[in-house]
Design a protein around this ligand. Structure first.
Ligand SMILES: [Zn+2]
Length: 428
């Protein structure tokens, strides 16, 4: 499979018109070698979990009624007035509590959905609470032209009475990781809701951690409907933007393209193996980060580095509102593994057949259905506990000796792309 230089340039460009499917299937090749097969064919999903947010495909111009600026003006006048007249565009609000979005669930098909409230409902719920409904507390999320709706998020962590009040209506604040596992990855509407919730959580977490100016220590105030913040000190006025923490994640492959390096961290659930990953350091290119991390963690020297795809990851450590996982194939120049026991529990080369067995789709489907049933129970008020560690636990009657992260994680797609270069993920 070969591409002209022009095609390569187009496929690699961040402004490429190719969808992720097209991008991945067209751009992944082993440069300078005709003997290497195409590493990826097609993916049955259009984008990774948390990407492909349907309400932020573009930012409207300030003069448009859906823009953050116009919506904020409408919001201000609505909050001041007592009108109950229908407005255009309509507003919908997603409440969050301690990083968890409000969700409901339908018994039929066990599908969760986000707990959107109208502005009026939100006002009524918050009337006697500690949380003031104001243009400073609402954060702009995006818009949908065909529905004539602007979407907002609000942090209601301080309104403790809401849990029972909303619980009585069949709603529950659910951990985003639980929703992530519970999402049917073939259901594009559900994947869209997950992306919206991820974006909203990342923004609200950032608002919570960026309350003070890092330069002068004065309070910060939200600007542009919560899209950024600014220092309130007139002498400083520092502009502060939402934080993204880039991470490289790589599947290290041997020279013959026969074996892949998978590793275990002690925090992983038993039997789970995954790709190597690490934070990018200041002054470092992505390729350099891939080579440095692989050397530091596994003692393997990497030569060629080939980009695969990227995934927003708003479910990492709470100090990082949103990580950006940047995925690569990394071709090893050496084979001998020297594991850094501080970073990893173990790292091993695995042949393609063993890796294929680790991609046990029935187990992922089972985990997804179990998580979906759990969300439904929580929304019914039956299940109170939210045991996070169990959410990743893939359980099956027939235990595979090892498994890799589920289809919600970029690691899964890096690994499955390599293990099944000719297969579509639709059979997952
Ligand atoms: Zn300041």
């Amino acid at each position: 499979m070969s591409m002209t230089n022009d095609e390569k340039h187009k496929a690699m460009s961040p402004f490429s018109p190719y969808s992720i499917t097209g991008f991945l299937s067209k751009s992944l090749f082993k440069p300078n070698s005709q003997s290497y097969p195409l590493l990826l064919r097609t993916m049955s999903i259009n984008s990774h979990a948390f990407a492909g947010n349907p309400i932020r495909s573009r930012t409207p111009k300030p003069s448009e009624p859906f823009s953050p600026q116009s919506a904020l003006q409408t919001l201000k006048s609505l909050l001041l007035s007592q009108t109950h007249e229908p407005i255009s565009p309509d507003f919908k609000v997603l409440p969050f509590r301690k990083g968890r979005p409000l969700a409901g669930s339908t018994t039929e098909g066990l599908k969760w959905h986000l707990g959107w409230l109208s502005l009026g409902e939100c006002k009524a719920y918050l009337e006697n609470s500690e949380v003031g409904l104001s243009d400073d507390s609402l954060v702009y999320l995006g818009w949908n032209h065909s529905e004539d709706v602007v979407y907002w998020a609000i942090d209601v962590s301080d309104a403790s009475g809401l849990v029972n009040e909303l619980g009585a209506k069949g709603f529950c604040f659910v951990e985003l990781r639980t929703l992530m596992v519970a999402t049917d990855w073939a259901d594009s509407k559900a994947m869209g809701e997950l992306a919206i919730a991820g974006h909203a959580r990342a923004l609200l977490e950032w608002h919570d951690t960026a309350r003070f100016c890092g330069y002068c220590g004065a309070k910060t105030v939200p600007m542009e409907a919560g899209k950024r913040k600014q220092c309130s000190n007139e002498l400083c006025k520092k502009r502060i933007y939402p934080r993204v923490d880039p991470v490289v994640i790589m599947l290290v492959i041997d020279k013959e393209n026969d074996r892949a390096l998978l590793s275990r961290q002690s925090r992983f659930v038993p039997r789970m193996w995954s790709c190597l990953a690490g934070f990018i350091e200041p002054g470092e290119s992505l390729e350099e980060a891939v080579r440095r991390e692989t050397w530091e963690e596994a003692g393997i020297e990497v030569g060629e580095v080939v980009y695969h795809s990227s995934q927003p990851w708003p479910v990492g450590p709470s100090s990082m509102p949103c990580q950006l996982m940047v995925g690569f194939f990394a071709y090893a120049k050496s084979l001998e593994i020297n594991v850094d026991k501080v970073e990893l529990e173990d790292a091993k080369w695995h042949n393609r057949e063993d890796v294929k067995k680790a991609l046990t789709s029935a187990e992922y489907r089972k985990a997804q259905k179990t998580a979906a049933a759990k969300v439904e129970q929580m929304c019914k008020g039956v299940e109170k506990g939210q045991n996070l560690s169990s959410d990743f636990n893939v359980e099956s009657g027939e235990l595979a000796p090892m498994f890799v992260p589920g289809p919600f994680a970029i690691a899964h797609h890096l690994i499955s792309s390599w293990a099944n270069p000719n297969a579509s993920l639709s059979n997952l």
